[in-house]
Design a binder for this molecule. Structure first.
Ligand code: MLC
Length: 509
């Protein structure tokens, strides 16, 4: 069954209710009936372009109505939606288009000159269509007149892939996580219950919509519930606070960097959020200081939850009941979580720190066209290795306390050091390097690179950062570079990142 079936029910139940409203220009809003009609029209348009079930349709667009319509229409058609971060420069983008075998690609008009040169040598790509979301009439003109696809394609099984989201890894290039209709339905149902979603809810949507958090948790969650979503095209802390108050928003979902920015608004205290029933935090560890700051400033206790691209949401602090500081709460309905010994793989008793492993209907199907990497991600008895370390308390609450994998989380975005190291060593002046995450007040962690130069070579910090930004999304570029004569290594010759962190990271948070 398509995970969108619930949306169809809401169209029947609340046809005239406001479904989506963009609160920054171009101002646009749609009721549930209008949204349904436009998704049907867009699905007909996609069909007219020769796409159908199973085809990948890539979207690299701003947070816009066009993005949402194309995404929902892709899924209605039974095709696979491939949302792409706008920050990806052409080189990274080409890899995603190639690896996914996207048949259609929707990109921004203003990026045309950068994108056109990479569109060669992509055998599966049939067409790239450029969109200008600042002029909605253009897209309306394109979809008008096509036959409406009134019904969701009924997937042959819940294991049919609905969305592919690329995630980086400790080795090799990013991998496409295949998220199925069954995964999405299971997650939506358990979050609906756990967070008490209701049709009267008004969600202020502040996140990007090309990640799991903004797309599948916040936006799908609200549409599934028949609630109203107010979308900010770009995040601005003061504007967000104003809208939370003036538009009587009941729900906000964000990452710690955003919560911190809300607290940093100089007169934050004057914004009365007492009408809000749910403010969640996820995608990164919530610092105690932000948790407590929210209570002191807004009188609201943030609800921290734990998820991953490969699984959607896994654990959450309760809506009613103790929201425990520093904890990710309890497993969501249907999700099993266990802590195992890293060496033996055997389950550990409560209180002992080990590998966090997961099982449940929310766990993804695998990595697109990568059966070996998929197999490596699971234990032989079917549990997903999350790469996180944590422990369980005797009352069932879980706490994360580190990572077994070499991962940096900055502003809620995952960055794998090898991706950055691979680019840095391509620079002619760089002999070797090691990338680490240092605690940082604004970003949670910031990327720092220790670099050893080739004999006789010189290069500045600014030049190396600019070099990275040419080939990587800007958020993956180091914020600072430390030049070293050599890197600390163990007897096997492996760089000791812990030693680098100790030497160069000043504890900020
Ligand atoms: C932007 N910049 C970052 C950054 N975001 N640097 C490090 N880490 C980040 N996350 C840099 C830009 O490159 C730019 O650099 C400068 O900061 C300003 O860019 P911006 O675009 O104006 O930033 P801003 O709008 O302020 O964005 C900050 C933010 C954004 C916190 C609003 O990063 C954000 O929306 N993060 C949320 C990401 C998210 O949704 N994650 C969920 C993943 S799903 P310069 O030098 O050019 O000025 C997942 C599963 C789960 O993890 O459990 O949820």
């Amino acid at each position: 069954m398509s995970f969108l079936n619930n949306l169809n029910g809401n169209v029947l139940n609340f046809p005239d209710k406001l479904a989506l409203e963009f609160i920054s220009p171009p101002l646009q809003s749609l009721t549930y009936a209008e949204l349904d009609a436009q998704v049907a029209q867009t699905a007909g348009y996609l069909q007219s372009l020769g796409t159908g079930p199973g085809d990948r349709i890539a979207l690299q667009l701003t947070k816009s109505l066009e993005f949402i319509l194309l995404h929902l229409a892709t899924v209605r058609l039974g095709a696979i939606s491939l949302p792409l971060n706008l920050a990806y420069p052409p080189d990274e983008l080409k890899y995603f288009l190639d690896d996914s075998g996207a048949k259609l690609f929707f990109a921004l008009d203003i990026s045309k000159d950068n994108i056109e040169p990479i569109l060669t040598g992509l055998p599966e790509l049939k067409e790239c269509i450029f969109i200008n979301p600042t002029n909605p009439e253009l897209f309306n003109g394109s979809i008008r007149g096509h036959e409406k696809l009134a019904h969701n394609h009924d997937p042959s099984g819940s294991s049919d892939t609905a969305i592919i989201v690329y995630t980086s890894g400790t080795t090799g290039r990013p991998k496409g996580a295949e998220i199925t209709h069954g995964n999405l339905s299971a997650n939506l149902k358990s979050l609906h219950t756990a967070w008490g979603w209701r049709s009267e809810d008004v969600l202020l949507h502040v996140l990007p919509i090309f990640h799991v958090h903004g797309l599948m948790v916040a936006m799908h969650g609200a549409l599934h519930a028949g609630a109203t979503t107010l979308l900010m095209r770009e995040f601005d802390a003061r504007v967000a606070l104003q809208n939370l108050v003036e538009r009587d928003c009941t729900v906000l979902m964000a990452v710690p960097t955003i919560h911190r920015r809300l607290l940093d608004v100089p007169d934050a205290k004057k914004f009365d959020l007492s009408h809000m029933r749910l403010i969640t935090s996820g995608s990164d560890r919530l610092p105690d200081e932000v948790f407590k700051g929210f209570q002191a400033t807004f009188g609201h206790t943030l609800l921290e939850r734990y998820g991953m691209t490969e699984t959607g949401m896994n654990c959450s602090n309760p809506l009613d009941g103790e929201r425990r500081i520093g904890s990710i709460g309890l497993p969501l309905p249907g999700v099993e979580v266990r802590i195992t010994d890293s060496e033996s793989g055997l389950p550990l008793p409560d209180g002992e720190i080990g590998d966090v492993q997961l099982r449940g209907p929310n766990v993804f199907k695998g990595y697109w066209r990568q059966p070996e990497k998929t197999a490596q991600s699971f234990t032989t008895d079917g549990w997903l290795h999350t790469g996180d370390l944590g422990f369980r308390e005797s009352d069932g609450y879980f706490t994360l306390c580190g990572r077994s994998k070499d991962l940096i989380i900055s502003g809620g975005l995952n960055i794998y050091p090898p991706e950055v190291e691979r680019v840095l060593v391509e620079h002619a002046a760089v002999e070797t390097c090691a990338v680490i995450g240092c605690p940082d007040k604004e970003w949670g962690e910031k990327i720092v690179a220790a670099v050893v130069l080739e004999d006789g070579q010189t290069v500045t910090q600014a030049e190396l950062i600019a070099f990275c930004r040419e080939q990587l999304a800007a958020y993956k570029a180091p914020k600072s570079i430390i030049f070293q004569k050599e890197l600390p290594r163990n007897a096997m010759g492996k760089v000791q990142k812990a030693a680098l962190r100790k030497k160069f990271c000043q504890e900020e948070i």
